[in-house]
Design a protein around this ligand. Structure first.
Ligand code: NAD
Ligand code: USQ
Length: 384
């Protein structure tokens, strides 16, 4: 299994999980993410070792070796050579710029995001098609590709009847940032690759992930994965937990009526394995909605406030984003459950364990990175 983006929040625990399950795992990353930290003056709340160090620690503890490929998906020759050399059965593709606010900073960041993500993914597709089209591409998409339509959200495809005729079409997309749009472009390119070259692909439209530990990362502090708190890369539930412990107000954008699909980081790694163990057919573009529960932002703030033993303040900020404040949200997400997913639902236990992690590392937080500074309606934002 070749894991692209293996130095990231989700790529690293997924690589460990797969290695622990007995797969031979290859790791690829260009460390772009560590560069964004420097650019933004932020970083992971939990200290993280270099990928090579983490890889060596895992080998020491588990006896499992993982081959490391350092390079950029934008380098097509590097991608093709890596795929030829490692000869994976499946490629799990996490390696994209994944922050919506980062993509909305200005033209340079929007353009970087779409170029990095769309062309990187194209290079992966061409490498698979030219080296071995039997390789299963497991691609991380996002629930945000759909936006918040006023109809039920199906798993990728929609049966349409129009003027008396029927067809099965890709579900219409209305994403909310240039980042989310890059994922829509990827999905269309991959569906095209399946149709034209007979690739086999699973597009995992994942919701917002929360949590920081998996059974493998817990084995040694040097195996920790990153935990983002800043307003550009930190995601909503993780941020609220961190804000509660710091005694800072929970930053609900707007009314907090916006609803999102969520899942536990332990379910992310389980879903990837389920997709790998049950590959798509040749020529099939298979889509799963990878989320386990939906909550509004206000509900998430309530859950964190109720669970934290100390006092918690909730502050409604003017929403820096442009998104529907109240809307219908009903998502089909049965595909992964049918393959055997047993979700970890948002339990107080997990949130409590997150409080402990934050308490331990709270001195590392740059508090001036907590408030949002990227406004969707502006074409030039300052993040300095
Ligand atoms: P992350 O930023 O922590 O990790 C992404 C990794 O990819 C980084 O280590 C980065 O250096 C690497 N990368 C980026 N561009 C690259 C390139 N051109 N070549 C090689 N490596 C490159 O992100 P994450 O939170 O682990 O997310 C992983 C994937 O899952 C992303 O595609 C994201 O869109 C998707 N996703 C994440 C969430 C979430 O809540 N974190 C939710 C839904 C979907
Ligand atoms: N929000 C707040 N306060 C905060 C942070 C966020 O109210 O302090 C709100 C946002 O306005 C938004 C919701 O919470 O309505 C989710 O925001 P987020 O930053 O947690 O998530 P998002 O920008 O959508 O992106 C994250 C990941 C991205 C992934 C996506 C999954 O960064 O990689 O694709 O979650 S999804 O949301 O399903 O598209």
């Amino acid at each position: 299994m070749l894991v692209l983006g293996a130095d990231g929040y989700l790529g690293w625990p997924t690589a460990l999980h797969l290695s622990d399950q007995g797969y031979t795992v290859g790791l690829l990353d260009n460390f772009a993410r560590r560069g964004y930290d420097e650019e933004l003056g932020s970083g992971s709340l939990v200290p993280i070792e270099e990928l090579k160090v983490r890889r060596d620690v895992w080998q020491e503890l588990s006896g499992q070796a993982m081959e490391l490929y350092t390079g950029d998906l934008l380098d097509a020759d590097f991608v093709t050579e890596t795929v030829r050399h490692f000869a994976p059965d499946a490629i799990v593709h996490f390696a994209e710029q994944r922050s919506a606010p980062y993509s909305m900073i200005d033209l340079a960041h929007a353009s970087y995001t779409q170029h990095n993500n769309v062309i990187g993914n194209l290079n992966v597709m061409f490498a698979i098609a030219s080296v071995n089209p039997d390789i299963h591409l497991v691609k991380l998409g996002t629930m945000g590709e759909y936006g918040t339509p006023n109809i039920d959200i199906e798993e990728g495809w929609l049966e349409v009847e129009h003027n008396g005729r029927r067809d099965r079409m890709l579900f219409p997309k209305k994403p909310g940032s240039f980042y989310h749009l890059s994922k829509v472009h990827d999905s269309h390119n991959i569906e095209f690759g399946c149709r034209i070259w007979g690739l086999r692909a699973t597009d995992l439209n994942q919701g917002v992930v929360y949590g920081q530990q998996t059974p493998q990362t817990e084995r040694d502090p040097r195996l920790a994965t990153r935990f983002d708190y800043d307003a550009v890369f930190g995601t909503v539930l993780n941020r609220f937990v961190i804000q509660a412990v710091l005694g800072e107000p929970l930053t609900v954008y707007g009314t907090g009526g916006q609803t999102r699909g969520l899942l536990d980081i332990r379910d992310t790694v389980a879903c990837i394995q389920l997709a790998i163990d049950h590959p798509a057919e040749r020529g099939e573009f298979r889509v799963f909605n990878q989320m386990t529960e939906s909550y509004s932002v206000s509900q998430i703030a309530d859950i964190v406030s109720r669970t934290y033993p100390g006092e918690v303040r909730v502050e409604h900020l003017d929403n820096p984003r442009v998104e529907a404040p109240e809307h219908y949200y009903n998502v089909k997400h049965t595909g992964l459950v049918e393959l055997g997913l047993q979700p970890h639902l948002l339990s107080d236990t997990l949130i409590e364990s997150m409080f402990g992690i934050v308490e331990q590392h709270q001195d590392r937080v740059q508090r001036n990175r907590l408030l949002p500074s990227v406004k969707w309606r502006e074409t030039r934002n300052s993040v300095g």
